[in-house]
Design a binder for this molecule. Structure first.
Ligand code: MG
Length: 103
């Protein structure tokens, strides 16, 4: 499934419920961070090296999808192509962070 197909599914879901009026950038940013916090909650108080249970993994998949959906809604609202934005940011990161030579 490509990005445009996913964005269309999300637009349809939002519009069928009349939720576009609630999707301003501020509330999308808040929702994005709340969903990202739900990702953190899965790991709270767990040892860093502990394997995820099947239930935790399924829960993590849902919360990552929730987080990604708000990212897509924000890119869509701004009219920014996420692939272009990521490529541009990776280019910036290459300038900021030189590869470590002594590995
Ligand atoms: Mg969630």
């Amino acid at each position: 499934m490509d990005y445009e197909e996913i964005a269309n599914i999300l637009r349809d879901f939002r519009d069928e419920r009349g939720w576009n009026k609630f999707h301003n950038l501020k509330d999308l940013a808040i929702s994005l961070n709340l969903e990202a916090s739900e990702v953190l909650e899965i790991f709270q108080w767990q040892p860093a090296d502990q394997e995820l249970t099947a239930e935790q993994r399924a829960h993590l998949q849902e919360e990552l999808a929730d987080t990604m959906m708000y990212l897509i809604y924000m890119f869509d609202k701004l009219g920014i192509d996420p692939g272009t934005a990521i490529k541009q940011k990776v280019a910036v990161n290459h300038q900021r962070h030189w590869p470590k030579i002594d590995q």
